[in-house]
Design a binder for this molecule. Structure first.
Ligand code: ATP
Length: 269
């Protein structure tokens, strides 16, 4: 039995909602319309005699929220979420990638409504005129066949993510496959402010912390960077009150952990 590791059906491990996505209002709106509507009300599409989209391609630089959005959509629509890492399915399952892909689609169809998330799809589906290996070409063809094989009754929507949309095999971007594309861009000042607010939400902030000013001065930071910035700031604050700590948090003996808790409470009071 072939195990697909991470790509098996897995409950989204985060509990997040649309509120946890900073900026990207228009993008979220379009994605919800294209995915939530058909997953929740497939009969509406049937009744209207139109095909619901089978695939949506999210493209943009790393760390801007593609994966976050896919997971949240699955959670909000209560769809089963099947996550496939492109590089993993190609390298780890070399020679068996097609079978692994088939298995994911089979499971997803069986358990619809489902979302199949293909992260870094460029690794699975590079332009066939630019790859030399027969194996690579077969994987692209298999993915196309699987997409074509999905019908209304499967109740499966495929969300793919890539940083390199132009490296994809063009056949994939034709109608009936990934015919909807949404750019998930680097956030502007407003986006950065929204993201900073989300990631500092649970944090006690000193009076002189000015989030707006931080948003102004963090040009070029993507969501993942801003999240790291908040986390790092918290760690610096922690180190300041515990200057002599020279072990990692996991290694702190329990009685000291209690002590730490008391000091933290004092600090935060
Ligand atoms: P990659 O191409 O590397 O997979 P990605 O676009 O899928 O990147 P995510 O994995 O979704 O990026 O983002 C990483 C983390 O950064 C998220 O889990 C989230 O915490 C944070 N993040 C990114 N974008 C946003 C955003 N718009 N709002 C809030 N948090 C964000």
């Amino acid at each position: 039995e072939l195990s697909v590791g991470k790509s098996q059906e897995n409950e989204p491990t985060i509990t997040a909602s649309y509120e946890d996505v900073g900026g990207l209002k228009n993008q979220l709106h379009r994605i919800r319309e294209m995915i939530e509507l058909p997953l929740r009300y497939p009969e509406v599409f049937e009744r209207l005699g139109i095909d619901a989209p089978k695939g949506v391609l999210l493209h943009g630089p790393p760390g801007c929220g593609k994966t976050l959005i896919a997971r949240i959509i699955a959670q909000e629509t209560e769809a089963n979420f099947f996550s496939v890492s492109g590089p993993e399915i190609v390298h780890k399952f070399y020679g068996e990638s097609e079978a692994a892909l088939r298995k994911v689609f089979e499971q997803a169809s069986k358990k619809g409504p489902s979302i199949v998330f293909l992260d870094e799809i460029d690794a699975i589906a590079p332009r066939r005129d630019q790859v030399t290996g027969e194996v690579e070409k077969r994987v692209v063809a298999q993915l196309l066949a699987l997409m074509d094989g999905l019908n209304k009754r499967n109740n499966v929507i495929v969300i793919a993510a890539t940083n390199l949309p132009n490296a994809l095999d063009p056949a994939l971007r034709r109608p009936g496959r990934f015919d909807r594309e949404i750019a998930i861009p680097i956030p502007d000042r407003h986006g950065r402010l929204a993201i900073l607010e989300i990631h500092s939400r649970g944090m006690p902030l000193a009076d002189d912390v000015d989030i707006t000013q931080l948003a102004d001065s963090s040009h070029g930071f993507v969501g993942a960077d801003l999240e790291a910035l908040c986390r790092e700031a918290a760690m610096i604050a922690l180190r300041r009150i515990l200057p002599d700590i020279n072990f990692t948090l996991e290694e702190i003996p329990s009685e000291q952990l209690l002590n730490l808790q008391v000091q933290m409470d004092d600090f935060l009071a």
